[in-house]
Ligand binder design. Sequence first.
Ligand SMILES: Cc1cc2nc3c(=O)[nH]c(=O)nc-3n(C[C@H](O)[C@H](O)[C@H](O)COP(=O)(O)O)c2cc1C
Length: 334
Amino acid sequence: MDLRDTLKGRLRLPLIGSPLFIISVPDLVVAQCSAGVIGAMPSLNARPIEQLDEWLAEIRERLAAHDRAHPDRPSAPFAINLIVHRSNDRLEQDLALCVKHRVPLIITSLGARPEVNAAIHSYGGHVLHDVINQGFAHKAIEKGADGLVLVAAGAGGHAGAQSPFALLQETRAWFAGPLALSGAIAHGRSILAAEAMGADVAYMGTAFIATEEARAVEDYKRMITECGAEDIVYTSLITGVHGNYLKPSLRRAGLDPDNLEAGDKSQMSFASDRKKRWKDIWGAGQSVSGVREVLPAARLVDRLAEEYWAARRALGAHSPLVNPRWGRMAEAAE
Ligand SMILES: Cc1cc2nc3c(=O)[nH]c(=O)nc-3n(C[C@H](O)[C@H](O)[C@H](O)COP(=O)(O)O)c2cc1C
């Protein structure tokens, strides 16, 4: 079944709260799903592996309790992120737990493998693979992913370098399946823009770091509320792959954000016992200026929903710049 059929009528907003290394935990996922948007968590945030089994059971139980208490507004499905990089020594075990708990949606990153997709499809689960360009996008679909997360320029974490317009336009030219768009989305208007551009859902990470349920230190959350897009630095120094980081955190770590060396890609590791090399260098995308306060995740989703519906209403009418006669001719031609 197409993911969009599975999701039909089950979301308050076309939005995925994206997986965040260390930061996404069951409290955040449950808050996101209970508020009506897809919540997601990297499997590796649960350590040791036994904790993943417990967390998956906990998420299911808490969402079921929410659904019993609120049959009028049931929770959205949740997602787990699997890092399919060769250095991830837990992939097989984590995948088996996702199959055991029948995780509705899997987001794969850093590698596309047919056997991972087949395992998720075996129980009717869906797979979105995250990509930054057409080469990776074609490979992911050829290897059996159901859809794609397009990670455009300005996104937090390992962001792409392409404009979201170009990335979506090129992908939609050959792919009609489910698409999520990420990159500096932190306003309901931008969620609507992602839909208008051809995406099915928006994909948002940075704004959820500054929520009460996120597992991030207060300083990190506050820095996000104080920074603007110019405070975001795109560098490969931290993990070996280009990503976006908060400039003040680089300075505090003694680095000169304007003169950073290139990172070493061969050092990139997703081993389950890895330590964060730069513990106090904090990732965030260019959407930071849309985040001015730390809120409970449900309040953030309330705000996004208000903004989204206001934008939909405003766009329902013709642009004041367009001659209404041409507007009516265009409608009649449809
Ligand atoms: C601190 C941080 C950690 C992240 N960790 C992961 C991760 O573990 N797995 C993953 O697939 N994406 C990860 N991402 C990327 C996000 O899931 C998502 O693509 C991105 O946040 C979307 O852009 P936005 O931050 O502009 O909303 C991370 C992003 C940030 C900012």
